[in-house]
Write a protein that binds this ligand. Structure first.
Ligand code: GLV
Ligand code: MN
Ligand code: MN
Ligand code: MN
Length: 412
């Protein structure tokens, strides 16, 4: 008997409950690393895992695991899950879906098939988005060894709170807590919403991710001279905001010229003192650049940084560039993709192989174990937005495909 979509009627109510753990005020869901909303969500999930009969533990950086022990001594773990953090004013599915569906899938497998051969675990990674601190994949990165816990030192959020301090405040980072690094994972499967339009346009239900784009993220700080907006002639200005605007347009033009699949974004900007009648003395903003080809990505990024330096110099501004994320494009495990494809086909569900333009924990786990991803449709391809939406029947179908994949991997 295969597990089917009907087994996951609890999924939408669970996602609804999770969406309630958010900084108040909306719009959408805001659950940044180590904040109260984040901690409450992790504690809620821990309780839910316990009530499903899973062994629950947190690691040192706050990744949460629910484990169903297997019968084979020393067998490697079959892991599923995703990240609990969100972008600011994000949706209720990005990350949360993979955790909620993974938890219900493991619980259902336990009910129907009992003890697996290999241990089955669901993880709620503490951080993936890079929305609070200038670093991303803090959860899976500590598991894979991409980060060590001490890499949190010297990293500050926009209120000047250090990552270390925030971690301690949330109750993590203690030497008595289990080390986050793992070497016992045999396979990782992440279920996620597509966050794009491919599946919807093609009329397919499941996306089988073959590769994930490479990324670069930078924080740029331009410094000029704050001065009176009324008394400073144009030719005497060192306007950091005008300089930032020129860099942004240069970035956009270069990205248009490079064409698909290169994408480049300035998503965050802060001007100081940010006052109508004062020329901005300092502007901080971010660059997010992505491509599926590492060489092209590097060439484009260096070109943009050189052009930014040139623009700054020509305006007598100083420019500080901080690089805080560099990931190469990653291939998913081809054997695992075949398993996912076979399971979808066996359930009579249409699928399509595709690339992911969004970053995911699976690309980090791919460094230590065979990893793969399943996507379900996102309405109108909208994500990182309160408008993010996937129909309950699609969510449930994805969970059923995941459960049957986990069954093959852990019970076979
Ligand atoms: C994370 O969601 C990213 O791809 O930006
Ligand atoms: Mn995201
Ligand atoms: Mn995500
Ligand atoms: Mn992501």
């Amino acid at each position: 008997m295969d597990i089917g979509a009907d087994d996951f009627a609890e999924l939408s109510p669970l996602l609804e409950e999770l969406a309630g753990f958010s900084e108040s005020g909306g719009p959408g869901v805001t659950r940044l690393l180590y904040t109260k909303a984040w901690l409450d969500a992790q504690m809620f999930l821990a309780e839910r895992m316990r009530s499903c009969g899973l062994e629950v533990r947190f690691d040192r950086v706050g990744n949460l695991y629910g484990r169903l022990a297997g019968s084979m001594p020393g067998a490697s773990v079959v892991l599923t899950g995703s990240h609990i953090d969100t972008v600011r004013a994000g949706g209720r599915f990005d990350g949360a879906y993979g955790i909620a569906a993974g938890l219900l899938a493991v619980a259902r497998l336990k009910e129907v098939y009992g003890t697996p051969v290999r241990p089955l675990e669901v993880v709620s990674f503490c951080e993936e988005e890079g929305s609070r601190f200038p670093l991303a994949y803090w959860g899976s990165g500590n598991v894979s060894g991409m980060y060590a816990e001490r890499d949190g030192s010297g990293i500050f959020d926009h209120e000047g709170i250090s990552l270390e301090e925030a971690m301690r405040e949330a109750g993590f980072g203690l030497s008595s807590q289990p080390d986050s690094r793992r070497s016992d994972i045999g396979a990782f499967v992440e279920l996620h919403i597509e966050q794009g339009v491919v599946l919807e346009r093609m009329g397919r239900r499941i996306g089988l991710v073959e590769s994930i784009v490479g990324q670069r993220r930078y924080s740029l700080t331009l410094s000029g001279k704050p001065n009176h907006a009324g008394t400073t002639p144009m030719k005497m200005r060192r306007d950091a905001l005008a300089g930032a605007a020129e860099i942004m347009l240069e970035l956009e033009e270069r990205a248009w010229h490079a064409g698909d699949p290169l994408v480049a974004t300035v998503g965050r900007i802060e001007a100081t003192p940010n006052t109508p009648n004062v020329i901005a003395g300092e502007v901080r903003f971010t660059l997010d650049i992505r491509h599926d080809d590492e060489l092209e990505l590097e060439r484009f990024s260096q070109g943009v940084l050189d052009a930014s330096r040139f623009i700054a110099e020509s305006r007598q501004l100083t420019l500080d560039i901080r690089s805080w994320l560099q990931t190469a494009p990653v291939q998913m495990d081809s054997q695992l993709v075949k398993v996912l494809q076979g399971v979808s086909a066996g359930m009579g569900i249409t699928s399509r192989r595709m690339a992911s333009g969004a970053g995911h924990d699976a690309q980090v786990l791919a460094g230590i174990c065979p990893s793969a991803m399943l996507f379900v449709q996102s309405r109108d391809g909208i994500s990182h937005s309160p408008e993010e939406y996937t129909m309950p029947e699609h969510l449930q179908e994805g969970a059923a495909v995941l459960a049957n994949c986990l069954r093959q991997l852990a019970y076979g």
